[in-house]
Design a protein around this ligand. Structure first.
Ligand SMILES: [Zn+2]
Length: 106
């Protein structure tokens, strides 16, 4: 993984293509947009951003829609390898993983 990517190493490589697509779409909608933080929390993607477009604009609504879609996509994608996954709870330690990676983590 290339750590010069804007989210650094806060999310696994399985989610990187989803995060990259989200980032590109947001850049397209608002070239002045800034990533505040991208991380994994309780097995879910959290994508926080700041926008230069008005908060009551349709563009801002679309940006939130794009982020919600990316978070929903990650919620069904293994964070480690990118295939279909589900949220796992291993004694209070949450990760979205495929069956193979869930076995390895036990
Ligand atoms: Zn996996």
């Amino acid at each position: 993984m290339n750590y010069e990517e804007p989210w650094g190493d806060e999310v696994g490589v399985g989610w990187a293509p989803i995060v990259m697509k989200c980032h590109r779409l947001l850049q397209h909608l608002d070239s002045g947009y800034r990533i505040l933080q991208i991380k994994e929390k309780f097995g879910r993607l959290r994508y926080y951003f700041d926008s230069t477009v008005p908060y009551d604009s349709i563009t801002y609504d679309i940006m939130h829609y794009v982020v919600n879609e990316a978070e929903a996509h990650c919620a069904r994608t293994c964070e480690l390898c990118g295939v279909e996954g589900t949220l796992r709870n291993n004694s209070g330690w949450y990760k979205t993983l495929c069956d193979d990676h869930a076995k390895e983590q036990r």
